[in-house]
Design a protein around this ligand. Structure first.
Ligand code: SAM
Length: 333
């Protein structure tokens, strides 16, 4: 059994099945010999399939901010790494162009971003991503960075905390929660924080999701600057793609999906409105072709097998054949 088989067969990996994997492989047009970037390597689930479908000579650069993810993947794919088919790199995808260039992946056929937190991270209590098990208030993808969730919860002013919960958690009870947290801090672990949020909103009140879900989402987004990093990586992906190369992005909440959707729409425009222009605007060479006008979502079967896939939205776009780098720069000046 090689490493690629073991990804699907290892019972330990049952909870880490790659989300929308078939749609990603087909949508990215994975075929033998191509060069690819997996910007969110995680447990290597998508990378395994990318390697398999591009065999015998396709290559993947796998990037993750979390050194623990890289160590797992290195242990899982020793043969592919030895053959040079998989190159792994520690780093934040906010620097994707630089990382790709450093590893000779500046011109690729396919890029995948499967955003957010991995099942490994969620299930490791010490990483502090989950309120289901008590762990330190951490939530950093990259444990070497300074800011963690404890610093935000314990030092930010009430108003700042309320704004954070409202903007990044879309939490309508943000003020009430922020006031309660400030009155009852410091918090050092996830369990008491989740209980405090529950008390602040007066219990569960029949809600399907735990009352702390939105607070935890907001904290994680802030700790890892997830939305700004996403905004910054998308144009870099375009620069890294060959003509006819494709980008796939899987997002798990509406804030991420909106950023991806609006960016793709902007790049695909054929006309730019400009009130100062004599004709009110001008034609523009699109820098992207949208492949999925509506995002792809999990089938009922996948959603039943892998609950994490239920909120996943996959958007795919292609760099047009004719466009060149100069054109892209000109269009975005
Ligand atoms: C949803 S998981 C990816 C799972 C993976 N596709 C698989 O099939 O196993 C997301 C991963 O991306 C990483 N990540 C999130 N944001 C990142 C960023 N800005 N730069 C680098 N890695 C990031 C996380 O550490 C996590 O391991």
């Amino acid at each position: 059994m090689n490493a690629l088989d073991s990804v699907a067969d290892d019972p330990k990996d049952a909870a880490h099945i790659a989300v929308l994997a078939h749609e990603v492989i087909v949508g990215l047009n994975i075929r033998p010999g191509i060069r690819m970037i997996d910007g969110t390597l995680g447990g290597g689930g998508h990378t395994a399939q990318m390697l398999e479908r591009s065999a015998p000579d396709g290559t993947v650069l796998g990037v993750d901010a979390d050194p623990a993810a890289l160590r797992r993947v290195q242990a899982k794919f020793p043969d592919e790494i030895a053959q040079g088919r998989l190159v792994v790199a520690a780093g934040n995808f906010v620097e994707l162009e630089q990382i790709a260039q450093a590893h000779g992946f500046a011109n690729v056929d396919a890029i995948l971003l499967d955003l957010g937190v991995s099942s490994f991270q969620l299930e490791t209590a010490e990483r502090g991503f989950s309120f289901m098990q008590d762990g330190p208030l951490d939530m950093r993808f990259d444990p070497t960075q300074a800011l963690d969730a404890a610093e935000i919860v314990n030092t930010w002013q009430e108003q700042e905390l309320a704004n954070l919960l409202y903007e990044y958690g879309e939490e309508t009870r943000s003020r009430r929660i922020a006031r309660y947290l400030v009155q009852h801090r410091p918090f050092t672990t996830t369990g008491p924080l989740a209980q405090a949020v529950e008390k602040a909103v007066g219990g569960r009140k029949g809600s399907r999701i735990h009352p702390a879900t939105r607070t935890f989402q907001a904290l994680r987004i802030a700790v890892n600057e997830e939305l700004t990093h996403l905004e910054q990586v998308l144009p870099q992906c375009l620069n890294l793609l060959k003509p006819a190369g494709r980008l796939a992005v899987i997002s798990f909440h509406s804030l991420e999906d909106r950023i991806v959707k609006q960016w793709m729409q902007r790049e695909a425009r054929t006309y730019v409105h400009d009130p100062l222009h004599p004709f009110g605007g001008q034609k523009r060479e699109p820098t992207l072709t949208i492949i999925t006008p509506k995002p792809l979502t999990a089938t009922v079967d996948e959603a039943n097998q892998n609950p994490r896939s239920r909120s996943a939205k996959l958007r795919i776009a292609e760099r047009p054949h004719l466009i060149d780098a100069d054109n892209y720069t000109k269009n975005n000046e």
